[in-house]
Design a protein around this ligand. Structure first.
Ligand code: NAP
Length: 502
C-alpha cells in the first residue's frame, strides 16, 4: 500500500502512528495510508511564513500569474493520471473527475488573466486617491498589501483538485504562501498535484505545503497575520471559527459550508417547453453528478402545485435511466459516495427529511462499496429546510404563490436557481432571494452549453450567508481581498503618488 507523506518545511515527512487508510469507495479496497502524528506543524507554518511569504511578495502580480500558469500546465500534462486517481480514490466517474480536475485548471487559468490585468505591481491600489483637506496636498489613498502570515486551506472531500486549486490560485496571486490540508479520505489527487509541484520546482520554496491526514493542532497555531479558508460541514466550520486563538488573535477566517440550494420553476413554464426540459436536466445533473456530493447541488425542487405531479413523474423517469455502479466502467453515470460514514449519514438524512420516497430507496444496491441510488423525496417535513443530505437526494416542494418565502427558510445558501420566462416573476425572485444567497442562477434555454447552477465559475463569487458559512471566495480580483490587508495612506500627495508609481 502507498504511504502518503506530507510536504512540510520543504520536504516530504511521514507521521508516526495512528495511520488512516484511504480506500476505493466502489470496491472498499485499501489504496494508501497516512499519518500526521508527531509532525512539527508550528515549524511548517514558520517555514511557509519566513521562506515562502517573502519569495512571493518579491514578485509582481504578473510574475505570480506565471507561477499559476506553470501549475495549471503541470496539472494539464498529468491530467489523465489525476483523473484515474479521482476515479479510484474519490468514487468519481470519468466525467465527475474531469469536472474536478478541469475545473481546477480552468480556475488557475482564470487567475492568470487576473494577474495579467494587475500587471507589474506588488500590491493593489484600491480605488481613486481622495483630496482630504482644502489643499490638494493633503491626500488619501487605500492600498492592499499581502499579509505576512500563512494561508491555511482546509478542504472538503468532494473536490480534491478544484478545491485545492481555487484556493491556492487566489492566495498565491495575492502573495501569500499556502498550507493545504485536503480531506483525508480523498487526498490522493491533491497529494499528486503537490508532488508534481515539488518535483518540478514550480513554486518558490515554502510557497506551498501539504498536510495529508488529521489536522492535529494546525488551527490552534494560527495568528493575526495568518488566514484560514475552510470548506466543509457547518459543524466543523463552527468549531474552527470559535477556536480560542482564532477569536483572540482575530485570525481572518472564511467558511464555505452546507447549503440547501433550491431550483424554482415559474408558474408560466409549460411542460415539455425548452425551459421545462432545462429545469429537469439541471435537477437530474445536480442530483447525480458526483453522486450529489456537491455543495452547490439542488436539494429543494420548488415547483408550482399545479405542476408537481408532472415534474415528479418526469424526474422519476429520468432518474430511472441513471446507471449506478463502479465508476471505472464507461457506461456508469453515478458512482458511490466517498466513504462509509458519508453513506450512513446520507441514509440517516433521508429518514430525517421525512415525507415519502417518490423515487429510489436507501437499500444497498450492491454487496460492496458505498453506493446509494438517487432518491427523490416528496412532502418532506421541516427538516428539508434545515438538514443537508450530502448525496444523490433532493426533495420536491410544491408552492402556491410563496416560492421565495419557501426558499428563504433554508437560512442562507450558496446558490439557487430560477426557471421562468416571466420577467416580473424573475425580478421578484431575484430581489427576494438575493439577501439569502451568494449566487442566483437564472436558467434560460437560449444560454448555449449552460453549466447549470452547480458549477462554480471563478469570475463570480462563491459563498453564501447564514447556513452556507457567511464566506465569499473567487469573484475574479475580489477574491484577493481575503489575503490582503487594506490600509489607508494619509499624507502629502506627491509622496503617495510616487509610492504608487504614478
Ligand atoms: P468535514 O467533515 O467538515 O471536513 C472538512 C475538512 O475539515 C476536512 O479536511 C477535515 O479533515 C477537516 N477537519 C475536520 N475536523 C477538523 C478540525 N477540528 N480542525 C481542522 N480541520 C478539521 O466536511 P466533509 O465531510 O469533508 O465535506 C462535506 C461538507 O462540506 C458538506 O456539508 C458540504 O456542503 C460542504 N462543502 C461545502 C462547500 C462550499 O464551497 N460551501 C464545498 C464542498 C463541500 P479530515 O478529512 O482529515 O477529517
Amino acid at each position: 500500500m502507498i504511504e502518503l507523506k506530507s510536504f512540510l518545511g520543504g520536504r516530504w515527512v511521514a507521521g508516526r502512528g495512528n495511520p488512516q487508510t484511504l480506500l476505493n469507495p466502489a470496491t472498499e479496497e485499501p489504496l494508501a495510508r497516512t499519518s500526521t502524528d508527531g509532525l512539527d506543524l508550528a515549524a511548517a507554518l514558520d517555514y511557509a511564513r519566513r521562506t515562502g511569504g517573502p519569495a512571493l511578495r518579491a514578485l509582481t502580480f504578473a510574475e505570480r500569474g506565471a507561477l499559476l500558469k506553470a501549475l495549471a500546465d503541470e496539472m494539464q500534462e498529468h491530467r489523465d493520471e489525476l483523473l484515474e486517481l479521482g476515479i479510484a480514490n474519490g468514487g468519481n466517474t470519468r466525467s465527475d473527475a474531469k469536472f474536478d480536475v478541469d475545473g481546477g485548471i480552468a480556475t488557475l487559468l482564470a487567475y492568470v488573466e487576473v494577474a495579467t490585468a494587475l500587471g507589474a505591481r506588488k500590491f493593489l491600489v484600491d480605488g481613486e486617491g481622495i483630496q482630504l483637506g482644502r489643499s490638494v496636498r493633503f491626500h488619501g489613498q487605500h492600498i492592499a498589501v499581502p499579509r505576512h502570515g500563512a494561508a491555511v486551506h482546509i478542504n472538503a472531500f468532494n473536490f480534491p483538485a478544484w478545491g485545492f486549486a481555487e484556493k491556492a490560485a487566489v492566495a498565491l496571486l495575492a502573495g501569500m504562501p499556502v498550507l493545504a490540508k485536503p480531506a483525508t479520505s480523498s487526498a490522493m489527487v491533491a497529494h499528486r498535484i503537490v508532488e508534481l509541484v515539488a518535483e518540478n520546482k514550480i513554486l518558490p520554496d515554502g510557497a506551498l505545503s501539504l498536510l495529508v491526514g488529521a489536522p492535529g493542532k494546525l488551527v490552534s497555531l494560527l495568528g493575526g497575520q495568518d488566514v484560514l479558508a475552510f470548506t466543509g460541514s457547518g459543524e466543523t466550520g463552527e468549531r474552527i471559527r470559535s477556536a480560542p486563538n482564532i477569536v483572540r488573535e482575530s485570525v481572518r477566517v472564511n467558511v464555505e459550508a452546507d447549503s440547501l440550494n433550491a431550483a424554482v420553476l415559474g408558474a408560466d413554464v409549460e411542460p415539455r417547453s425548452d425551459m421545462y426540459e432545462l429545469f429537469l436536466k439541471d435537477v437530474v445533473r445536480d442530483m447525480t453528478q458526483k453522486a450529489g456530493q456537491k455543495c452547490t447541488a439542488i436539494r429543494r425542487i420548488v415547483v408550482p402545485a399545479a405542476l408537481a405531479a408532472e415534474v415528479k413523474s418526469d424526474l422519476a423517469e429520468l432518474l430511472g435511466g441513471v446507471k449506478v455502479g463502479d465508476p471505472k466502467d464507461e457506461d456508469v453515470r453515478m458512482g458511490p459516495l466517498a466513504t462509509a460514514d458519508q453513506l450512513s449519514s446520507a441514509r440517516e438524512g433521508v429518514q430525517r427529511l421525512g415525507g415519502r420516497l417518490a423515487f429510489g430507496s436507501t437499500a444497498a444496491p450492491f454487496p460492496k462499496g458505498y453506493f446509494l441510488n438517487p432518491i427523490l423525496v416528496e412532502s418532506p417535513g421541516e427538516a428539508v429546510h434545515q438538514h443537508e443530505v450530502f448525496g444523490p437526494v433532493a426533495s420536491l416542494l410544491a408552492y402556491q404563490d410563496n416560492a421565495a418565502a419557501l426558499v428563504a427558510r433554508g437560512n442562507g445558501g450558496l446558490v439557487s436557481s430560477v426557471y421562468s420566462e416571466d420577467q416580473a416573476f424573475v425580478e421578484k425572485m431575484v430581489l427576494e432571494l438575493a439577501p439569502y444567497h451568494g449566487r442566483l442562477f437564472l436558467g434560460h434555454p437560449k444560454i448555449e452549453l449552460s453549466p447549470g447552477p452547480g458549477t462554480v465559475l471563478p469570475q463570480l463569487v462563491h459563498g453564501g450567508p447564514g447556513r452556507a458559512g457567511g464566506g465569499e471566495e473567487l469573484g475574479g480580483p475580489r477574491g484577493l481581498a481575503f489575503y490582503l490587508q487594506r490600509v489607508a495612506l494619509e499624507g502629502a500627495r506627491p509622496v503617495i503618488q510616487k509610492l504608487l508609481g504614478a
